[in-house]
Design a protein around this ligand. Structure first.
Ligand code: ADP
Length: 451
């Protein structure tokens, strides 16, 4: 069993800080890395040790495997936490670390590979007993194939890239008249975006919710689920507001789909944290993908279970197994996360620059995960997430009341942020009713003038 004595955090921003906090709590030494643009970042300021790994461009710094391995060797780090994004789902990175005798805090490279290719992921999910969206049997290779498969599935259909990510290379075909064109544009887009033109076909669901199950395995065949998160409020396939539990599920539905996922992870002998994403419509779950890493929205699961997911990741990676059994997992109350981006709240134009005034809300049930501070200059090179506001209450109603109060207290001056959008959403009747699907937010933004 690999014992971990020093962790290198291969990430930046709020997630680097999140992992740093877990290491400090566990008394494990840790090293952070940063680009020249992040020399003043909070995760660098709070770390005992830091290494500059390159210029601002992510390709030359946070995605630079050689530099990160060198930083491990220089500092004597024997494990790497990849956070999310960057190298977190890069199987080659996991392989290289292993070859250097460094523990990758995450699943095996093989499991990352299986889930990274969408056709293989879907076939695997099916074999593991996870319900999937009806669709083609693997790749759709020819025009005839496209027409025949679409007729079998029934219109509308969605054509998706097997190497896809971030919603790219996806095309809807409403009828036979547009299926060939959708198929060929999806292939062209996939080739351009991912260097792989393989596409597959699925039934297009009209009004689904996005519901994902948090799973955890010890790599030895034990696995549990930590309930679901509802991430239906999205803009351009990016999650904006997440809640746990989902307003759409009851206890029986939650435990049933959770158990299906936990059983699948037992069969797979999955190691570490994972998220199985579904679309949910008319009482049915349809697998879309599995993320083999910690998610941005993991704190809402922590809020309702009381389990620190990063502690758990480190424990599993050290060979210590899971700290809880399924019976010991209890769900308490309701939690909502708002992703605060440095963007205009309506045009979503990025707004890098200096934060001239910063005041974070506090009080019972309020958590802020953010590396932002007064005087911090947000660099223009990375994604625009500057923090997350996570609120917990005993009931969904209490959680919403607390969220409204916390948003009122939050001050970020000098740049634009998405805070005003959340102030609108927290007062919206559909949101109050929990009545929304994956298209709700886009429709709302298109039809509602800014307050
Ligand atoms: P990506 O990895 O590119 O984000 P996903 O497979 O996770 O691709 O899908 C992203 C989003 O696209 C989903 O959250 C959902 O909004 C939409 N989507 C995916 N598959 C379907 C489908 N079969 N029907 C309707 N919408 C879908």
């Amino acid at each position: 069993m690999p014992m971990i004595s020093k962790i290198l955090i291969a990430n930046r921003g709020e997630i680097a800080l999140r992992v740093l906090r877990a290491c400090k709590e566990l008394g494990i030494a840790c090293v952070v890395v940063h680009s020249t643009a992040d020399a003043d970042a909070m995760h660098v300021r709070l770390a005992d040790e830091s290494v500059c790994i390159g210029p601002p461009s992510s390709r030359e710094s946070y995605l630079n495997i050689h530099q990160i391995v060198a930083a491990c060797e220089i500092t004597g780090a024997d494990a790497v936490h990849p956070g999310y994004g960057f190298l977190s789902e890069n199987a080659k990175f996991a392989d290289i670390l292993e070859a250097h005798g460094i523990t990758f805090i995450g699943p095996t490279a093989d499991h990352i590979r299986i889930m990274g290719d969408k056709i293989t992921a879907k076939t695997t999910a099916l074999e593991l007993g996870i319900p999937v969206v009806p669709g083609s049997d693997g790749e759709v290779k020819t025009e005839e194939d496209a027409l025949k498969t679409a007729a079998e599935i029934g219109y509308p259909v969605l054509i998706k890239a097997t190497a896809g990510g971030g919603g790219r290379g996806m095309k809807v075909a409403k009828s036979e008249a547009d299926v060939i064109e959708a198929w060929s544009t999806a292939r062209t887009e996939a080739a351009a975006a991912f260097g792989n033109d393989a596409v597959y076909m699925e039934k297009y669901l009209g009004k689904p919710r996005h519901i994902e199950i948090q799973v955890f395995g010890d790599g030895e065949g034990n696995a549990i689920h930590l309930g679901e998160r509802d991430c239906s409020l999205q803009r351009r396939h990016q999650k904006v507001w997440e809640e746990a539990n989902s307003p759409a599920l009851n206890v029986e539905q939650r435990m049933k789909i959770g158990q299906v996922c936990a059983d699948a992870m037992k069969k797979l002998k999955y190691r570490g944290a994972g998220t199985i994403e579904f679309l949910y419509e008319n009482g049915e779950f349809y697998f879309i993908e599995m993320n083999t890493r910690l998610q941005v929205e993991h704190p809402i699961t922590e809020a309702i279970t009381g389990i620190d997911l990063v502690h758990e990741q480190i424990r599993v990676a050290s060979g210590g197994g899971l700290s809880v059994t399924q019976d010991e997992v209890h769900f308490s109350g309701h939690a909502i996360e708002c992703r605060i981006n440095a963007e205009h709240a309506r045009t979503f134009v990025p707004s890098p620059g200096t934060i001239t005034h910063f005041h974070a809300p506090g009080g019972l049930g309020v958590r802020i995960d953010s590396g932002a501070y007064q005087g911090y200059k947000i660099p223009p090179y990375y994604d625009s997430l500057i923090g997350k506001l996570i609120v917990h209450g005993r009931t969904r109603v209490e959680c919403m009341m607390r969220l409204r109060r916390a948003l009122d207290e939050f001050v970020v001056d000098g740049i634009n942020t998405t805070l005003p959008l959340f102030q609108d959403l927290v007062s919206n009747q559909d949101i109050a009713n929990g009545d929304y699907d994956i298209h709700w937010l886009e429709d709302y933004l298109a039809n509602t003038p800014a307050a």
